[in-house]
Design a binder for this molecule. Sequence first.
Ligand code: ADP
Length: 487
Amino acid sequence: MLLLRTIRFRLTLWFAIALAVVLTASGFYWQRSLSQNLLGHIDLRLVEVALESSQYHLAHQVEPDMQRQCAELEGFLREQNWNEYVQVLDPTGVVECFSSNLKGFRLPLSAAALQAAAEGRDHTVSDNSLGRYPLRVYTYPVYEDGQLTHLLQVGRNLASVDETLKELRGTFFTFGPLVLGSLGVGGWLLVGWALSPVARMTRAVRKINAESLSQRLPLGHGQDEISQLAETFNEMLVRLEDSFRKVKQFSGDASHELRTPLTIIRGETEVALRWAKDPEEMRSVLQSNLEEIDRMGRIIDDLLTLAKSEAGEMPLEMKEFSLSDLVQQLYLSGRMLGDAKQMEVSLQLDVAEEIRIRGDELRLRQMFLNLISNAIKYTPERGKVVISMAVDDGRAVVTVRDSGIGIPAEHLPHIFSRFYRIDKARNREDGGTGLGLAIVKWIVEVHDGKIRVTSNPDQGSIFTIYLPIEGPQKKQASKSPANSADA
Ligand code: ADP
């Protein structure tokens, strides 16, 4: 049953059916054209005999005696060594003479032949009523001075045609099934051979699982469809392996990030339980624990945002709002954040009027805050942060520039990856989760925007965001942050 469903079986079956149809059709064609050809030759011969016999008969009908006339004709036929049946009739169809080979029977004269003769036409017919083989009868009207004087009939047994056609049919019925059978088996083997790479591929694919994604399918030599399929499958494996690796790394990183504050909380609590002498000491441990708990909360919030965005479940509220107002508010928040480090946070507006764009205001606020807080975090005390806004070619351009520690070129391609941090120890102290820029990248992407980073170590970094004023053109719900660095 399983075999019947295989491509190999179906292809072979179709091939065999097509072959059978072609063989039968060509059998019919050959039989028909051969029979027509043979009959054509016989008809020509009958016409030739009829013409010559009629000329002879006309020339000798001066003979007054009909019997002698007939004997003359018989002599002529023997002289010519012809073995066709010949018969002479009067215009009404009464037989006058006939060749001796006709013996006991007469050539049939149909009403149609009689009618044709009366109209001056000859007539040929195959008659099946006279024994084992059909008889071909040609009726020729003999006219003298415009008057129908005789009918001359020439006949011939079609035994040779019948036998030849029978032989052809015999050959066809013997060799047809043989050809069909051998080509069917050949087709079965050929299809099996052509599909063998697919079977090999199936076996190879069965062996691949999450643990052996580094395996690749053998590619074969040519550039045929199967090789292309294997190549496409291998490309898919590369992508799968890459995303599995990222998922593994992500879950490893995530558990590591969550475990660190947990270990700290546990360690400090144990120490406090054992050694703390007064409430003040206890209080300071609880304070430290609270910070770690806050940190865990931030990581979990960020992870949730990313997970939801990846699953396309993060609801986005796209509506028109004033980007100018938002940037003003962000500037004020930035100033407050920068105060602690006595930083100079300034705003540069290169636009004459209010800029309104379409987008999710809450998410964009979160995105700019991430950039501004990074700028403040990674800039030493008394440094500078400049927020600026402009419009360029239908896009709002917001820049966050700092005079901070900068990002070395080799790290630039990775900073948008989740949990990627240049200086891990320091970032922990700064309270960074390593997820901020991954979220920034996702928010930019769902707004059909672009982000560009230029940075010089020890001089500072510039993060430039380009947002289409019209908002995103397509539905963005399923866009998710990728771990790549380009943004
Ligand atoms: P974090 O929570 O650690 O800040 P982010 O995803 O926001 O995580 O940033 C990733 C890394 O990129 C940071 O750890 C930091 O090393 C680097 N980085 C981000 N912004 C800046 C900046 N303005 N100046 C220098 N380094 C930066």
